[in-house]
Design a protein around this ligand. Structure first.
Ligand SMILES: *[C@@H]1O[C@H](CO)[C@@H](O)[C@H](O)[C@H]1NC(C)=O
Ligand SMILES: *[C@@H]1O[C@H](CO)[C@@H](O)[C@H](O)[C@H]1NC(C)=O
Length: 951
């Protein structure tokens, strides 16, 4: 009798029928199973025949699937046409699965009830099927940050309920479709509030028909496309507009005076076009806070008097716009004004910035004008004035004035502070949370497309953002312990980019339910940032740390059993054994899932061109033009891989282009890997990647141009200037910080593998920047703390331990850095005439003697007569870095601290560079209302995700 009870019980347990409600409809089950045939890495709970009850990340209404939410689950493969058979599906979120590739199937058009379709940050390619126009219920469409090509389907104009249209960061080309006759177009989307179409290759004119008084748009973002023709005056009819970005196109003709009637526009970017004539009087735009019209082809014009009436203006950028004459002093009295950049104009006369108290003004950049006098009575301390390249700075004795020096924006090292605790050391890929717990955070970047502030130094903004994120996670019951924000930077699109780390609560990692919940919160704009941050999108990194997450439903059963049974110990033991057996069976099934080959990029890149945020794709023609057909005059370097060229973009920006030789070209996979790696790291001591060209059998990487060339050239005397002791320490510090960032803050950590003086570049202020990640390898694929790999690197800098064992760790970079430290004081190549610098120094080292007995070996240009304060400590540090055993070498962060101490000891401020510059002040808003403030992304318009609500 008891035996039978147990048997029945076990059967029940194994089928989970204790918690079953309604069985999933057969057609939905079949569709899901077919979808799984083209997917890898589906959630481990996706087994069995009752998805509605047993599978995570799926939500049903009765027996039909209404929501699939697989954001950030590591899903790979393609989306098959079987999706079209889920007849009741309302929400499909596949965001942030970078290995989800291929086209969107035509059958997606069968989903008559679909209201939310999100694939942001995946690897989809191919054109958008016209059938998308059949989704009559669609409200929210987010296809941004993929590799879609072809034209924007005109049929999108049929989506009469559409509220959110995000097509940005793809490779869409051709015209913006508008209706004509029976053919639909975007002009019919009267409910749409958001057209986010930046960073594509859209061409042709902006059709005047696109805009009418019936449109209710608040954000029109078409920046960084190839649009031509003039700005249609019909834009002035869309009275609801709050943000307009038409910058970085090929727009010509005059700015239509009619846009002056756009009374709600707060941010307007028209920069980097070919606009002509003169700017009309825009005094009617009474809440305009940011205006950027830089780099256009305007006629010569006087500084317009009406600008002095723009009471809301906080940020004005009119660089290279042919402005002439004198700036009216009353302009600087505008109450909200914070940043004014009028570089490269013909402004003349006296610069009088008045004396108004309580002014918000932080930066006036007037470099390269004709100003001959500065009257700054009263405001000296709070306003940074830049006048280099003006008459006033040419007078003798003036060049030493602060306002005559050039300064560059400093990189912002902000990071959410630790919460009254000391972080300990975390293992391999774990990171300390703000609460000092080590775990595997979910990471990505928040990209704000038109923030109303740009005082990136003011951490109040980040604290507010942090709190609102935490509130949102808590409100939606997501398993989040804490959140860290770091490294705010403005990217080449003028987007504010912030790194986000989300740490799990109670565990050291998230399971898929956790990441898909967080992903959805950010992908469908459930989370709304504080108003000053404006329109945004989130892009998640791969999350590679899903553990063997417990099957939640098994856990429930355990509780039910425990509560129901009790009594007989034998019975309990037997049941536990049964549950264990079931659990083992599940585990076996899961193991099979895990063994599915993970579809990596390499299988897909042969055709796919990488498309990344922050890194722009350049066409071959564009690069050819800006290097004057790769002329010899523009060659600035050469190496085994090919040549490096200097180029000038149409907007005047100077770039460096690394062009691979045919024979040294990497596979598409390596090339993409390199781009992905480079575009992810942003630090002032790392050379940043601006873009790439992958076309016509060419592989080129486009970097920021670092004007003073390599440290190697400087040490060899080629560059023609000398480095004193303090400067050398500062260069060492810069390089160390760059490396420490790669090792300890990049996610995943990056080992450089080829540290050498060739790869340390110097900017105009001699700050060091680490370059060339060509041989880098991120640690993403390793479980342990080392990578077994083919030995690469440069003789002389190569870590002997790595060479012997082929096991690469960060400590190999530390070795190379140690050699670099020696090179920095000796100005000798690591191996010169058969002599190895490390050995030479070791042999000569005698701490009892002056300069440690190294006098003969040191670089004579270093002024050895003066006291080199901290020299012995420096040599000790270098020797520690080149210890035989990696374990005995310090970590880069310790090296950074040591060098900082050396600088302090020598009486120099290790942070002097960044502290003395404040050019990152561009705007400094004090909450004068933002685009989002009046917007209601009403709950009715965007269906809340049932999965999230039930969590
Ligand atoms: C400034 O430039 C304007 C126009 O180019 C010219 O008419 C004026 O005389 C100049 N003023 C001074 C003080 O140089
Ligand atoms: C930072 O920004 C906040 C909010 O806009 C403002 O209230 C505060 O005064 C700013 N702080 C500084 C130091 O400028």
């Amino acid at each position: 009798m008891m035996g039978r009870t147990i048997l029945v019980f076990l059967l029940l347990v194994c089928n989970y029928s204790l918690v079953a409600v309604a069985e999933t409809a057969t057609e939905d089950l079949t569709a899901l199973k077919s979808l799984m045939d083209t997917w890898q890495n589906t959630p481990p709970t996706w087994v069995g025949s009752d998805p509605c009850n047993d599978w995570d990340e799926i939500k049903c209404n009765g027996s039909h699937v209404i929501s699939i939410s697989l954001s950030s689950t590591g899903l790979a493969g393609q989306l098959s046409g079987d999706i079209g058979s889920l007849s009741e599906l309302q929400t499909l979120d596949l965001s942030y699965n970078k290995d989800l590739t291929g086209p969107l199937p035509q059958a997606i058009g069968n989903l008559k009830k679909l209201s939310t379709l999100i694939v942001v940050g995946c690897g989809f390619n191919g054109p958008i099927p016209e059938e998308i126009g059949n989704l009559q219920e669609l409200v929210y469409l987010s296809l941004n940050s993929n590799k879609f090509v072809g034209q924007i389907p005109a049929s999108i104009g049929n989506l009469s309920k559409l509220y959110w249209l995000d097509l940005a960061d793809n490779q869409f080309e051709g015209p913006i479709p508008v209706s004509s006759g029976s053919k639909p177009g975007l002009d019919l989307l009267h409910h749409a509030k958001h057209f986010h179409c930046g960073n594509n290759k859209l061409s042709g004119p902006i059709p005047p028909k696109l805009f009418s008084s019936e449109m209710t748009l608040i954000h029109v973002l078409f920046e960084s496309n190839q649009l031509t023709g003039s700005i249609p005056s019909t834009l002035g009819l869309v009275q609801s507009l709050e943000v307009v970005r038409l910058d970085s196109n090929f727009l010509s003709g005059p700015v239509p005076p009619k846009i002056s009637s756009l009374e709600k526009v707060q941010e307007m970017y028209l920069s980097n076009n070919k606009l002509s004539g003169s700017l009309p009087n825009l005094a009617g735009m009474s809440v305009l806070s940011t205006m950027d019209i830089s780099n256009n082809s305007f006629d010569a014009w006087d500084f317009p008097p009406w600008l002095s009436t723009m009471k809301s203006l906080t940020t004005l950028k009119m660089e290279s716009t042919q402005l002439q004459g004198q700036i009216s002093p009353s302009f600087f009295s505008l109450p909200n004004l914070q940043t004014v950049s009028l570089k490269h104009n013909e402004l003349n006369g006296t610069l009088d910035i008045g004396t108004t108290d309580g002014s918000q003004l932080r930066l006036i950049d007037l470099q390269d004008n004709k100003i001959n006098k500065l009257d700054q009575s009263g405001r000296v301390s709070q306003v940074k004035i830049m006048l280099k390249g003006n008459l006033v700075c040419e007078e003798t004795g003036m060049a030493s004035e602060n306002y005559c020096s050039d300064s560059q924006p400093s990189d912002n090292q902000y990071r959410t502070p630790f919460n009254n605790c000391e972080p300990g050391a975390c293992s391999a890929e774990q990171l300390p949370s703000p609460n000092c717990q080590c775990s595997y955070p979910y990471t990505g970047t928040l990209n704000f497309r038109a923030p109303s502030f740009s005082d990136l130094e003011n951490s109040t903004h980040y604290a507010t953002l942090h709190d609102s994120l935490m509130q949102s996670f808590e409100f939606h019951d997501l398993p989040v312990d804490s959140v860290s924000l770091s490294h705010p930077v403005k990217d080449s699109n003028q987007y504010l980019v912030l790194s986000l780390q989300v740490f799990p609560s109670n565990q050291d990692r998230f399971n898929r339910t956790g990441t898909s919940g967080i992903g959805f919160l950010l992908s469908n704009q459930t989370f709304k940032p504080p108003k000053e941050f404006g329109p945004f999108y989130f892009n998640a990194d791969r999350y590679g740390h899903f553990g063997s997450a417990k099957h939640s439903k098994s856990a429930n059963i355990g509780i039910i059993i425990g509560a129901t049974v009790g009594g007989s110990i034998l019975l309990v033991l037997l049941i536990l054994a049964g549950v264990y057996a079931c659990f083992q069976k599940k585990r076996a099934e899961r193991a099979i899932e895990h063994n599915n080959p993970f579809r990596r990029w390499d299988s897909e890149t042969s055709s796919g061109v990488p498309q990344l945020k922050g890194a722009r794709q350049f066409s071959f023609v564009e690069i050819k033009k800006c290097t004057t057909n790769f002329s010899q005059a523009n060659e600035i370097g050469t190496g085994g891989y090919g040549k490096v060229y200097k180029g000038t973009l149409p907007n005047g920006q100077i770039i460096a282009i690394k062009r691979a030789l045919k024979e040294s070209m990497q596979g598409a996979f390596e090339f993409k890997a390199e781009i992905e790696l480079l575009s992810r790291v942003h630090h002032k001591n790392l050379v940043s990647l601006l873009g790439f060209c992958f076309e016509k059998g060419e592989q080129m990487l486009v970097y920021e141009y670092v004007p003073r060339g390599s440290l190697k050239d400087t040490l060899s005397g080629k560059s023609g200037f000398k480095l004193d002791w303090i400067r050398r320490l500062k260069i060492a510090l810069g390089a160390a910080r760059g490396l420490a960032y790669l090792h300890e803050h990049a996610n995943p950590p990056i080992i450089h593998r080829d540290i050498k003086s060739n790869n340390i570049l110097l900017d105009e202020r001699l700050n060091a920047k680490v370059a060339d990640f060509g041989l880098s390898k991120s640690m993403v694929d390793t479980e342990k703390d080392h990578i077994t790999t083919q030995v690469k690197g440069t003789m002389g800098y190569l870590d002997p331990e790595y060479y012997m064992s082929q096991q690469l760790t960060e400590k190999s970079d530390v070795y190379g850095f140690g050699v670099l430290l020696l090179e920095l004081i000796t100005a000798r190549k690591p191996i010169e005439r058969g002599k190895y610098i490390v050995k030479e120094i070791k042999n000569a080292l005698d701490k009892k003697r002056d300069l440690c007995g190294l006098y003969e070996l040191l670089d004579p240009t270093m002024d050895l007569g003066s006291t080199l304060i901290g020299f012995e400590k420096y040599v000790n540090l270098a020797m520690m870095c080149v210890e035989e055993s990696g374990a005995d070498r310090p970590a880069m962060s310790n090296v950074v601290k040591e060098i900082e101490n050396l600088l302090l000891l020598a009486g120099a401020n290790p942070n002097a560079e960044s502290a003395s510059t404040s050019a990152s002040y561009e705007d400094f808003s004090k909450g004068s209302g933002h685009p989002y403030s009046n917007e209601s992304l009403d709950a009715g318009a965007v269906p809340p995700n049932p999965k999230i609500e039930s969590m």
